[in-house]
Write a protein that binds this ligand. Structure first.
Ligand code: ADP
Ligand code: MG
Length: 634
């Protein structure tokens, strides 16, 4: 071996050690995937070289065919992977093979509890990457040289995966990266041509460049050539360029893992070739789980962009709207120029029409998933439902389509599971019902017992129960579905339309008239606290309720705004009472104005509590209540 200079020993970032630990403990039953990861990296490295060579052809140096070679040595117990891709400089090697590149990972790992750290399913959130080499190797060596640097600027990196790595500058004649795995005892099976070939076929057949293995030599040892003959073991054509009928589900799944750096299978995919005015191929995937950084604003997202098969960039986020940021995949365009940049992408009208077509593809794919595989769709909804709910606000044109994909909890379903679609709801409308009723609140437990639901329960009308933080905001963008408008049952003067018979309405008017005196007394007692007092027709069991004015902010929005430090316009609730409730009857008959006042305040505060709001003056509430209790027991 050549001379090593500038040798130093450096420590891994703490989180790398954690990740290594997590990996080795969770992947022991699927060790062979290390090969997939290293080949995936080699393929990325070749993609990057091709791209950089567009502007600097001299990077290709010798002009040799771009490929990956995998070899082994049974006696030395090693497996070696070699690529002639972009390679790494010394700084890049330290940065990429000593830390976790994905921003936010460190924070995420730091905040895991001890139990979670042991959870093997976590690995899917990161993908496994280069460090998976340590699943089968107790020593890993990397020899690499960045394309364009001199032969003397090669790098030798070596580590036992125990917290440190060594790095030195060496001579390396060929551009690219060679990785030597010194197999752990017990893992010698991988130093075998047949085994390697099978693993490559299984996981890496989709890789778009040749992967070569040494040809088996059957002659006598003395005749064995010094340089082996090589043979290609994969199909070596980019997967998305093949016709759908020639690609198996397993191949689609493996390709997903390569482009997404995810460890688990996707839920669904859609592969399409578009010809005509625009020409492009897209292969879009719905992941099986949400990454930990789904809600981080700067988290990388977007598709892998190719132009005429040449890799251009990762994370091209101009092709899909923000609310579909979880989609992974590839888009390969024939219309864009090879020197397209992010700046150009942002302005190019071609991108706009691709974006709307791809958006529609994703929504169609989700519709299909919901229809054909409801269980899978449930998983999708759990992981990404909250993100999809951003859709109606962001994408006006597809509002109705997105609305059809939403799922809600409802009074017609137990357990608060979000499984009811608006389509389901509309198909169950009562005779004479032309509205979609919903109630928003803090938690399922709170809304399911809300007094606002009493009249609906009595009449057997379904109400959607919305308890995600984003729901009230979402509903301010959804006005109707399938021609039916949405009605917040806690808002305004509830008019059930045809659901109330003429007699019902007449009776309600009469009751309202007979209680005018009580309304006035309550107004005086509650004073500034309320916008209005009126007789309620929506209560059966509760004495009173607070309704929100038609134009006022709901509780959820108010709390969100307050939490973000914004000034929230003051709004007062409407106090509605149940005329036939025994407490109200007692109140009506109360001659003492002081006691009347105490009782009305208690009813008001209770109604606020039932709505999930907090009391402005809890001490006063307790005092009044205790006073009554004492009188009661006296
Ligand atoms: P990921 O592939 O998700 O970026 P990895 O852990 O697999 O994460 O690899 C880390 C980084 O190391 C890569 O992003 C790349 O910059 C670098 N790298 C790994 N293998 C190679 C290689 N064969 N050639 C050049 N760079 C590589
Ligand atoms: Mg990788």
């Amino acid at each position: 071996m050549s001379v090593e200079t500038q040798k130093e020993t450096l420590g891994f970032q703490t989180e790398v050690k954690q990740l290594l630990h997590l990996m080795i403990h969770s992947l022991y039953s699927n060790k062979e995937i290390f090969l997939r990861e290293l080949i995936s990296n080699a393929s990325d490295a070749v993609d990057k070289l091709r791209f950089e060579a567009l502007a600097k052809p001299e990077l290709l140096e010798d002009g040799a065919e771009l490929k990956i070679r995998v070899s082994f040595d049974k006696d030395a117990k090693t497996v070696t992977l070699e690529d002639n891709g972009i390679g790494m400089s010394r700084e890049e090697t330290i940065a990429h093979l000593g830390t976790i590149a994905k921003s936010g990972t460190a924070d995420f790992l730091k905040n895991l509890s001890g139990d979670q750290k042991k959870d093997s399913s976590l690995i899917g959130q990161f993908g496994v990457g280069f460090y998976s080499a340590f699943i089968v190797a107790d020593k890993v060596e990397v020899f690499t040289r960045r394309a364009g640097l001199a032969a003397g600027e090669g790098v030798h990196w070596a580590s036992k995966g125990e917290g440190e790595f060594e790095i030195a500058t060496v001579e390396k004649a060929e551009r690219g990266t060679r990785i030597v795995l010194h197999l752990k005892s017990g893992e010698e099976e991988f130093a075998d041509g047949w085994r390697l070939r099978n693993v490559i076929k299984k996981y890496s057949d989709h890789i778009g460049l040749p992967i070569e293995l040494p040809k088996e030599f059957h002659g006598e040892e003395k005749d064995k050539p010094a340089e082996p003959e090589w043979e290609v073991v994969n199909r070596a054509s980019a997967l998305w360029t093949r016709p759908r009928t020639e690609v198996t589900d397993e191949q689609y799944q493996e390709f997903y893992k390569h482009v997404s750096h995810d460890y688990d299978n996707p839920l669904s995919w859609s592969h399409n070739k578009v010809e005509g005015k625009l020409e492009y191929t897209s292969l879009l995937y719905v992941p099986g789980r949400a990454p930990f950084d789904l809600y981080q604003r700067e988290a990388p997202r977007g598709l892998k962009l190719y132009v005429q098969r040449v890799f251009i960039m990762d994370q091209a986020d101009e092709f899909l709207p923000l609310y579909l940021r979880f989609i992974k995949g590839v888009v390969d365009s024939n219309d864009l120029s090879l020197n397209v940049s992010r700046e150009i992408l942002q302005k190019d009208p071609v991108i706009d029409s691709m974006k709307s077509a791809l958006t529609k593809r994703v929504l169609d794919m989700l519709e299909k998933l919901a229809k054909n595989e409801p269980e899978q769709y449930k998983t999708f909804w759990k992981n990404f439902g909250q993100v999809l709910k951003e859709g109606p606000a962001e994408d006006f044109a597809n509002k109705e389509k997105i609305a059809g994909l939403l799922r809600f909890a409802s009074t017609a379903e137990g357990e608060g599971e979000q499984v009811v679609s608006l389509g389901d709801y509309v198909s169950r409308l009562k005779q004479g019902q032309d509205k979609i009723y919903f109630l928003t609140g803090e938690s399922y437990a709170q809304v399911k017992n809300s007094p606002h639901l009493e009249v609906f329960r009595k009449k057997g009308i379904e109400v959607l129960l919305l308890t995600d933080r984003i729901d009230e905001w979402l509903m301010s963008y959804l006005t109707e579905f399938d021609g039916k408008s949405f009605v917040d049952v806690a808002r305004g003067d509830l008019d059930l339309g045809l659901l109330d018979s003429e007699e019902d309405k007449k009776a309600q008017e009469e009751v309202a008239k007979s209680k005018e005196g009580l309304v006035e007394r309550l107004k005086t007692a509650l004073g500034e606290q309320v916008a209005e007092v009126r007789v309620s027709h929506r209560l059966t069991d509760s004495p009173a309720i607070l309704a929100i004015g038609e134009q006022d902010l709901g509780l959820q929005m108010r709390q969100i705004l307050e939490a973000s430090g914004q000034k929230v316009p003051d709004s007062k609730p409407i106090f509605e009472f149940n005329p036939s409730h025994p407490l109200i009857e007692k109140l009506d008959a109360e001659p003492d104005e002081d006691r009347f006042g105490d009782l009305s305040h208690i009813l008001f505060d209770q109604a606020a509590l039932a709505a999930g709001d907090s009391l402005k003056d809890p001490a006063a509430y307790v005092q009044r209540l205790n006073k009554l209790l004492i009188e009661l027991s006296a």
